[in-house]
Design a protein around this ligand. Structure first.
Ligand SMILES: *Cc1c(COP(=O)(O)O)cnc(C)c1O
Length: 390
């Protein structure tokens, strides 16, 4: 065994694909302590700056005082607390759906929901760039698994028409997590209606961030429960907490409670996490300035990066990747940024396609314009030193 493990690790290292962790010694915020040193971070998914918000923390602490820490059991046994229940009702109202159901993580929600909805004899259609949890859900469901080219509605239409299976589920990310672009949900919803396919959208990166009310992709494309019957979201991104949910009809949620193994056979989130998430949801609804500021920072970053000739993607979300090419190049950029006190995520294959390794710059409403300029100057500096104009 030892030999096999060492060989695996050596192979990854040689290909510049070795993954390591850095140690965070502060809350998730722009100014962090990483590996014992201060740095300015542009890598978290805490887009609205709620992970360390005083009201979110207060709700968490107060609920821990009242309910303790552990939920003690799964939702169906005796772990479904008042805080979970109230959060589900507030999420249903927020998304304009009849019901919502909380899951312990987004990964589990995606795997579980797809497995509950389709099985052998059905068909599932997924965008090539879908999040790993959606792909894993589709692959493990036993349904005929078909991928279509990224955002290629025409190709999906062909595949749907050619499909012999009676039950068809189409699954996409609302905002693609490594590219930052949106799925064409208006076209997808019409196509699914025409072809009698069911549509599921994972809006992990859109909820809280997009739409005037933070309602995410469903709000941007104005899609109701009929047009977008399975809406999934997570709390680990813009909500700044932890966990996930699925929203939809009364029948959908009741069915998921009966069938979803990743819901039934796992411990409920700590009630204090649900309470903190309720506080986040309130801030998402009452502080639109966070979204407005974020949009201004995104525009400022894009203008500056384009002036440097950096290769941006078609993204107007807080996910602003800079494609540099090889895994070795992205590691060198990320290392040089770190030497200048800037922490930006380096994304390599297999998370993205070979040759499209990228710096994944993410912005937060807690960043300042001066901090964005600091990042841009560091990028310009590295570019001039390396003569690398990728
Ligand atoms: C983060 C993420 C998930 C997983 O959610 P967790 O709660 O972190 O497990 C699922 N889908 C997408 C698109 C994500 O970005």
């Amino acid at each position: 065994m030892h030999e096999w493990l060492s060989e695996q690790l050596a192979r990854r290292r040689a290909a510049d694909l070795y993954r390591t962790r850095r140690e965070l010694g502060s809350p998730q915020q722009p100014n962090v302590t990483v590996d014992g040193r201060p740095a300015l971070a542009f890598c978290a998914n805490d887009y609205l700056g709620l992970a360390n918000h005083p009201e979110v923390k207060r709700a968490f602490i107060q609920a821990a005082e009242r309910y303790g820490v552990g939920s003690g059991a799964s939702h169906l046994v005796c772990g479904h607390s008042h805080e979970h229940h109230a959060l589900e009702q507030e999420l249903a109202a927020f998304t304009g759906r009849a019901r919502a159901l909380i899951f312990s993580t987004g990964y589990m929600a995606n795997v579980g929901v797809i497995n509950a909805l389709v099985e052998k004899g059905d068909a599932v259609f997924e965008d090539k760039l879908n999040h790993a949890s959606l792909l894993d859900g589709g692959l493990s469901s036993g349904a005929k698994f078909q991928r279509f080219l990224h955002n290629d509605v025409a190709q999906l239409a062909q595949k749907l028409r050619a499909s012999e299976q009676a039950k068809k589920l189409v699954v996409v990310d609302g905002v693609f997590s490594m590219d930052g672009d949106l799925a064409p949900l208006d076209e997808l919803a019409s196509l699914c209606a025409r072809e009698r396919a069911w549509l599921m959208v994972d809006d992990a990166h859109g909820l809280g961030v997009l739409g005037n009310n933070g309602g995410g992709c469903a709000e941007v494309f104005n899609l109701n429960e009929q047009q977008l019957p399975v809406l999934m979201g997570t709390f680990g991104k813009a909500f700044g907490t932890f966990g996930a949910f699925v929203a939809g009809s009364e029948e959908l949620i009741e069915t998921l409670i009966q069938l979803t193994r990743t819901y039934i056979y796992t411990t409920a989130l700590p009630p204090a996490v649900a309470a903190a998430t309720r506080a986040s949801l309130k801030l998402i609804q009452t502080e639109p300035w966070r979204r407005e500021k974020l949009q201004a920072l995104i525009a400022e970053f894009r203008t500056g990066a384009q002036a440097l000739g950096l290769q941006l993607m078609n993204s107007h979300t807080p996910i602003q990747p800079i494609v540099v090419g090889s895994a070795a190049t992205v590691m060198s950029w990320s290392e040089q940024l770190m030497q200048r006190g800037l922490w930006v995520g380096a994304i390599r294959p297999p998370t993205v396609a070979p040759g499209s390794a990228r710096l994944r710059v993410t912005l937060s409403a807690e960043h300042s314009s001066a901090q964005v300029q600091q990042l841009l100057s560091a990028l310009a500096d590295i570019q001039s030193q390396t003569g690398d104009h990728s």
